[in-house]
Ligand binder design. Structure first.
Ligand SMILES: [Zn+2]
Length: 71
């Protein structure tokens, strides 16, 4: 179970941040806190895309390389 690093209250395990919304707002202010959460979520989404794209990319590339070597 993940806990807030500031007040040790429970944080959702799918949360991208290690602290609760209340502490985040206290530390950064509401606007900055939301920006940080947004950035973290974007970064996580990009990582997910990369890890799902990589296997198909690496599978395609060797075939292309073989073809160009043949010519
Ligand atoms: Zn907290």
């Amino acid at each position: 179970m993940r806990k807030c690093i500031y007040c040790s209250c429970e944080v959702g395990h799918d949360s991208v941040i290690d602290f609760c919304e209340r502490c985040g707002t206290n530390v950064w202010g509401e606007k900055m806190f939301r920006t940080i959460v947004q950035n973290m979520e974007n970064a996580r989404d990009n990582e997910d895309l990369c890890s799902t794209n990589m296997p198909s990319n690496s599978a395609e590339q060797p075939i292309e390389g073989e073809n160009s070597e043949f010519r």
